[in-house]
Design a protein around this ligand. Structure first.
Ligand SMILES: Cc1cc2nc3c(=O)[nH]c(=O)nc-3n(C[C@H](O)[C@H](O)[C@H](O)COP(=O)(O)O)c2cc1C
Length: 190
């Protein structure tokens, strides 16, 4: 490993390597709405009770829908869904109906939310807690169901081959991931 010579660049960078998700919600008229949200992480209450941590800023419709209903789907974006995500991210439900690109949805099986048929990994969630930080709201979301592409093997969290899910990674620009490198412990053996 080489030592990196670094420079200080200020504090205004939000660059963080983020997987891209499309968050699905119900509009007040019952129609589905989707928006890319990449400020997403996970935490754990106990045992296998995981919470998705989803942060949204401003007054966007998606955030208002989550506050009103307490329900959302969180759909992983694969590289073949990039056009869909880019469209949803550059159009606002408050300005227009977001039906300029073809896509299909189904209803969640555990939560009444729209789930994207194109997504290979989708969570159905209910908000357990919301924390306000200035213009942003961070939702701690209880996972009620996980829907996964049938062709993806999922024996446990540590077995999932991300190259099969082919996620879009965002950090200000869109990227894809490279190779599978190994599992925990593979690189610390003497
Ligand atoms: C790649 C990408 C990632 C985004 N991530 C977030 C995010 O994490 N949190 C957020 O509040 N907005 C995020 N946005 C902005 C919303 O997706 C965008 O404002 C969207 O148009 C909102 O849709 P709506 O008005 O229908 O809710 C992101 C946009 C893009 C393109």
């Amino acid at each position: 490993m080489k030592t990196v010579k670094r420079k200080s660049v200020g504090t205004h960078f939000s660059m963080c390597v983020q997987p891209a998700f499309l968050v699905g919600t119900n509009n007040p008229d019952g129609s589905p709405n989707f928006a890319p949200i990449t400020w997403i992480s996970v935490t754990n209450e106990k045992d296998n009770d995981y919470l998705l941590v989803v942060s949204m800023f401003g007054t966007k419709t998606t955030k208002q829908n989550v506050k009103r209903t307490g329900k959302l789907s969180v759909n992983l974006v694969s590289t073949d869904m990039l056009g869909l995500m880019d469209y949803f991210g550059t159009h606002h439900a408050a300005d227009e109906k977001k039906d300029g690109v073809p896509y299909s949805v189904c209803q969640g099986t555990a939560v009444d939310v729209p789930v994207l048929d194109a997504s290979r990994w989708g969570y159905e969630c209910e908000v357990a807690k919301a924390v306000e930080t200035g213009d942003s709201t961070t939702f701690f979301c209880r996972i009620r169901n996980v829907q996964v592409d049938e062709t993806v093997e999922v024996s446990d969290t540590f077995s999932i081959d991300l190259t099969k899910l082919d996620p879009v990674i965002y950090s200000g620009m869109y990227h894809s991931i490279g190779k599978r490198l190994g599992k925990i412990g593979d690189f610390s053996k003497p």
